[in-house]
Design a protein around this ligand. Structure first.
Ligand code: ZN
Ligand code: ZN
Length: 362
């Protein structure tokens, strides 16, 4: 099967559209024609020097599309189904068995290596050379992607499929962190650091959860304005003096939950300091740098590193869709669409803070 894919050849180079050849499906796999694919900050990781998934690679891990073919053993997904692709998991480790595939014991190798577990590749370029094409079990910056039944979630055909891809990672990460991992309670207070796609999804989810004080913090005023429209009760610039003291004042002694999407050590310290004792702080930043905690900073508090919101995509993606249908989770307001051949412009627009969630249309 031939596909057109955006291939990253060097860490600092542009993506270039190339024709690649995907190998035949294995028994548990699914071939999906991609209709829309979100761009997530994790997609820039192969640009990091010496990263575990080096170029050449096809990234993209928020694919949505239509099933073209299924492997011999696939029963959960059928040809013609509309699907959202999410992260991959094994299905048989202890954490997968207990409904926590986001903490699958093979999460890193399945999602962040860009290759098969044995190091081989599912795709070759025009010269027959291997290209990484297993990014988060999909590599969906392409017209076609190979996923597995486990990371393929069937959705109703009446839904706007081109918009649904980001539910597979970034939006799931923000909403799942609030509704699943931190389990934010009605009537509580939450501070959310970073109002990008993950943080704004967290703001919407905190409102869904019934939090009554929702404080958004960001460095872009336009994003804070959107956070207020989406459910934040307070918005604060990250440059504000005495930020943690101001948050403690707003929340009468400290918030019950804090959620950091920035991964910046100084911001995480502010997030922890802004909580009252018994507070829970969730972190989703991939690179935490050298986070140095004073011994007393965590007294009576919980710090939780979260992957994919702690959610199971097979149940959580339908929950987000139901909330969207009710008008309570308007994630589509975060999205700006680009043709796939404008992937470099989309990446720049995202990195500059102009576009919150680019969705590429092959
Ligand atoms: Zn597992
Ligand atoms: Zn992601």
């Amino acid at each position: 099967m031939q596909a057109t894919a955006a291939v990253l050849r060097t860490p600092d180079g542009p993506y270039a559209l190339e024709t690649v050849t995907l190998r035949d499906l294995r028994a548990d796999e699914v071939l999906v024609r991609i209709v829309g694919v979100g761009m997530c900050h994790t997609d820039v990781l192969p640009r990091t020097p010496a990263f575990i998934a080096p170029p050449p690679i096809i990234s993209g891990h928020e694919g949505a599309g239509i099933v073209e073919e299924v492997g011999a053993d696939v029963t959960e997904v059928a040809v013609g189904d509309h699907v959202v692709l999410s992260f991959d998991s094994c299905g048989h480790c202890a954490n997968c068995h207990s409904g926590q595939p986001a903490y699958c014991e093979t999460f890193l190798v399945r999602n962040l290596f860009g290759r098969e577990l044995d190091g081989s590749s599912t795709a070759v370029d025009a010269d027959g050379n291997a290209v990484g094409a297993r990014w988060f079990g999909q590599s969906s910056f392409a017209t076609y992607a190979i996923s597995t039944a486990r990371n393929t979630v069937v959705v109703d055909k009446s839904l706007p499929l081109e918009l649904l891809g980001p539910l597979g990672c970034g939006i799931q990460t923000g909403a799942g962190s609030i509704l699943v991992a931190l389990d934010v309670q009605a009537g509580s207070s939450v501070s959310i650091f970073g109002a990008g796609a993950v943080g704004l999804s967290a703001v919407m989810a905190a409102k869904v959860a019934g939090a009554t004080t929702i404080i958004a913090v960001d460095v872009h005023q336009a994003r804070l304005d959107l956070a207020l429209e989406l459910g934040a009760t307070h918005a604060m610039l990250g440059s504000a003096p005495n930020l943690s003291e101001q948050i403690m004042e707003i929340s009468a002694g400290g918030v019950q939950y804090a959620f950091d999407t920035t991964g910046v050590p100084s911001v995480i310290l502010t997030a922890i300091a802004s909580m009252k004792m018994t507070g829970k702080c969730g972190l989703v930043g991939v690179q935490l740098g050298d986070l140095q905690l004073d011994g007393s900073a965590l007294l009576g508090k919980t710090l939780l590193g979260i992957l994919e919101g702690g959610a199971d995509p097979q149940t959580f993606i339908p929950r987000m869709i139901s909330l969207w249908q009710q008008g309570r989770f308007p994630f589509d307001r975060l999205i700006e669409q680009f043709p796939l051949d404008q992937i470099n412009e989309a990446e720049q627009s995202s990195l500059s803070g102009k576009t919150i969630k680019p969705v590429l249309r092959p």
